[in-house]
Design a protein around this ligand. Structure first.
Ligand code: GDP
Ligand code: ZN
Length: 292
């Protein structure tokens, strides 16, 4: 019996990364009976039935640290969200939604801003202030110049990381630079989208080393938040916490109320405009959603 990690599952077969290599496994009937389906990311115990052809059976799934729904997977340590500082024009609201969604699932996030080579110093500073100020690890990199790639490797080391980002931000370029064997298509978005329509995307882990895995996810353009009350939203804006005691009302939404500590901090430049505007937009959306 040896241990390994499921890195992909296709049509009833699970591919388990082990010290012997990638072993093609079937899951024994027992899982089906117990209603447990192996997931990509599962740490498993397998019996190898053919060492030459690398075939085996999964006999046990080790306790899961967590599971996430999209992409369906287990034992994710963190998410790395990649955004371009410019080109395409960044949708920070989408970034915040992603951070909130990961926060709901207790998945820590690292933010990676790509394309520093075409950004201005003031654009970089604005983002650094906005996102480092709320406690995220923030990296500034350039896939084109291969700048900052070691910082990314350091963040990923020894962990399983979901890598996400909208199309065009340079995600494929970064994954390819980190992991040339991944051989991901870069560049022409319309072609990629066209192809994406015709292929089913499976969750799949790429091994960067024996203990470091990344999972690529399809580029997304929207993210709908659910199971969150508008009044709970401030919990996902940790940089607000310090100023909330200064609000006159204890249930202040920080939008229309007078004597609001958050709006005061905003006017003094202590809270980022980008973050506050996103907060208001998402708050209104969650409030509307509650009515129906
Ligand atoms: P993806 O859709 O996020 O996977 O993005 P791609 O990796 O396909 O890159 C989209 C476009 O951005 C391509 O034309 C890349 O050449 C370009 N690109 C990627 N990284 C950088 C970068 O660091 N700087 C600049 N200027 N362009 C980049
Ligand atoms: Zn307030």
């Amino acid at each position: 019996m040896i241990k390994g990690k499921i890195i992909k599952g296709i049509a009833g077969f699970y591919y388990v990364y082990t010290t012997l290599g990638l072993v093609e496994c079937k899951a024994k009937g027992i899982f089906r009976k117990e209603g447990i389906k192996p997931l990509v990311g599962d740490d498993v115990e397998i019996e190898v039935i053919d060492e030459d052809l690398l075939k085996g059976n999964i006999v046990d799934i080790l306790d899961r640290k967590n599971t996430i729904i999209r992409p369906s997977s287990a034992n994710v340590d963190q998410a790395m969200i990649i955004f371009a500082i410019t080109h395409p024009v960044p949708n920070y609201n989408l970034l915040d939604r992603f951070l909130i969604s990961m926060g709901q699932q207790n998945i820590p996030c690292v933010i990676c801003f790509n394309k520093v080579d075409i950004a201005t110093p003031s654009e970089i500073e604005e983002l650094r202030n906005a996102y480092e100020g709320c406690g995220y690890r923030v990296l500034f990199v350039s896939a084109s110049l291969e700048e900052g790639l070691d910082d990314i490797r350091n963040e990923l080391k020894g962990k399983t990381t979901v890598v996400a980002g909208p199309s065009g931000v340079g995600k494929s370029s970064i994954v390819n630079a980190l992991y040339p064997e991944a051989n991901m298509e870069t560049g022409d978005i319309s072609k990629k989208i066209e192809r994406g329509k015709h292929t089913t995307r499976h969750a799949e882990l790429f091994a960067l080393s024996s203990d470091t895995f990344i999972m690529d996810t399809p580029g997304f353009t929207s993210l709908y938040l659910k199971d969150i009350e508008c009044t709970a939203l401030t919990g996902y804006y940790p940089e607000f916490t310090h100023y909330e005691p200064y609000c006159r009302f204890s249930l202040c939404s920080h939008i229309k109320e007078p004597d609001c500590g958050i709006k005061k901090a905003l006017s003094e430049g202590k809270i980022s405009n980008i973050r506050y505007e996103n907060y208001v937009e998402i708050y209104e959306e969650l409030k509307q959603a509650k009515k129906y």
